[in-house]
Design a protein. Structure first.
Length: 96
């Protein structure tokens, strides 16, 4: 029974990931396009930028266009590692 649930979940993830795409205008080869380091910074300030974006349409949480995969990787690291995203799941809970 657990294997069928795992296979179903994996199939659903693969089905949903097949729909993911990025428009060509979202990626730029220009030297001035935000890369890894800007992605890292944008990921780190994500919570503050998200709150600001609720009140102002001039604030965005993600730079478009950017350099593509390296920007995405930096953004991911900024959100999870620097932003504390991975720290919340690793803390043990005291049972009493």
């Amino acid at each position: 029974m657990p294997f069928s649930r795992l296979a179903c979940a994996l199939g659903l993830v693969l089905l949903l990931s097949a729909c993911a795409s990025q428009i060509d205008a979202g990626v730029s080869d220009a030297a001035s396009a935000p890369g890894f380091w800007w992605g890292l910074w944008h990921g780190f300030i994500f919570p503050f930028a998200w709150i600001g974006s609720l009140f102002s349409s001039d604030i965005a949480v993600y730079a478009v266009p950017n350099s593509g995969g390296w920007y995405d990787f930096g953004f991911f690291l900024g959100v999870t590692v620097l932003g504390g995203g991975s720290a919340f799941g690793s803390k043990s809970r005291k049972r009493g």
